[in-house]
Design a protein around this ligand. Structure first.
Ligand code: ADP
Ligand code: MG
Length: 321
């Protein structure tokens, strides 16, 4: 549905987006993740035909943003960082205005406004002035204007930024509800947001593409491995090095990463080859050695750890504003 190839955008003195390529398939929700200044908004502006690329190309539904901007705009709903709202208009009138602007056939405008108002849970404020709305409601009106012409693709720039925690949850639910009918790219600098909403993640940092993969794959591919935590108590029969050596001999175990010695027992972090569940074998070895197994659990690396490793330690801001 979206193909970006070698996209570069240079401002006067600065390369904001540097030769990035990615694809988004129909119906996917993709998170565009990166710290502030990474180039997310710039990429989105190119995709929505707000400005041309310096080099490279971007296609939406087969149409090039530079050669066929009208065709692209017709197929895209865009929610910029600051929604393009008119404070002095009533919500319903504003949506009718946008519907006409986006060429919704005049016979369909009222029905369409009712549909999106319902979908975005703003039917109860249709007669209110936009200036009187809370930030959360404004954001929903922003989403309503983005989907009014039923576009195939939705581009949402930091759709939850500036909302309170309850509004964030509501907005995320709303976006998830729009999936399926639409292909969605949303940008965020908040990691949990990607895990909460997206199936796929495109990570950019300083204008460069760092990684693109499914959220699940990325956390795995990262280390090419899984990890388990094992807590063993030998009741003084063996020292921690001896236990470690036994663990290293278990088939499928690639490495024993960490070792922590306490009175209650020894704790190890064991790395295993990807896709190999070594827990049963570890348990058997420990029990057969006559030791006590206090704990055994698998752990997976969080997207945050992945991000830190991929971007060389520059973490995006955490949590809600
Ligand atoms: N209109 C502009 N003129 C000059 N530089 C800009 C402009 N817009 C953004 N930039 C710069 O380009 C880089 C990428 O910005 P942006 O795309 O807004 O990143 P993000 O949305 O990921 O925070 C930043 O360093 C920013 O300062
Ligand atoms: Mg931005």
């Amino acid at each position: 549905m979206i193909q970006v190839e070698g996209l570069t955008k240079r401002y006067a003195r600065q390369v904001a987006v540097d030769n990035i390529s990615f694809e988004v398939n129909q119906g996917e929700i993709v998170g565009f993740l990166g710290p502030n200044g990474a180039g997310k908004t710039t990429t989105m502006r190119v995709l929505t035909c707000y400005m041309p690329p310096t080099a490279g190309s971007a296609k939406v539904a087969g149409f090039d943003v530079y050669e066929s901007p009208m065709e692209v705009k017709r197929r895209i709903g865009y929610l910029p960082e600051t929604p393009p709202l008119y404070p002095e208009m009533e919500v319903g009138d504003y949506l009718k205005f946008v519907a006409k602007l986006k060429r919704v056939p005049s016979g369909d405008v009222n029905r369409r406004v009712d549909e999106v108002a319902e979908r975005c849970s703003i039917a109860d404020v249709k007669d209110r002035l936009i200036s009187k709305l809370s930030k959360g409601y404004r954001q929903r009106v922003g989403l309503a204007q983005a989907i009014i012409h039923n576009p195939e693709v939705l581009i949402l720039d930091e759709p939850t930024s500036g909302l309170d925690p309850k509004q964030i949850i509501e907005t995320r639910e709303l976006i998830k509800g729009l999936a399926g009918d639409h292909t969605i790219i949303l940008s965020t600098h908040i990691l949990p947001e990607v895990e909460a909403i997206c199936q796929k993640v495109i990570i950019i940092n300083k204008g460069k593409l760092v990684a693109t993969d499914s959220v699940d794959n990325l956390t795995h591919r990262m280390h090419g491995s899984d990890a388990s935590v094992v807590v063993v108590d030998t009741a003084g029969q063996a020292d921690s090095t001896a236990v470690q050596q036994r663990l290293e001999q278990v088939s499928g175990v690639s490495k024993v990463l960490g070792r922590h010695v306490e009175d209650s027992g020894f704790t190890y972090e064991v790395e295993s080859l990807a896709g190999r569940d070594v827990r049963a074998d570890i348990a058997r070895v420990i029990v057969q050695s006559g030791w006590n197994l206090h704990e055994l659990k698998s752990v997976s690396f969080s997207l945050e750890e992945v991000f830190l490793e991929l971007t060389g330690g520059q973490a995006p801001q955490e949590g809600a504003e």
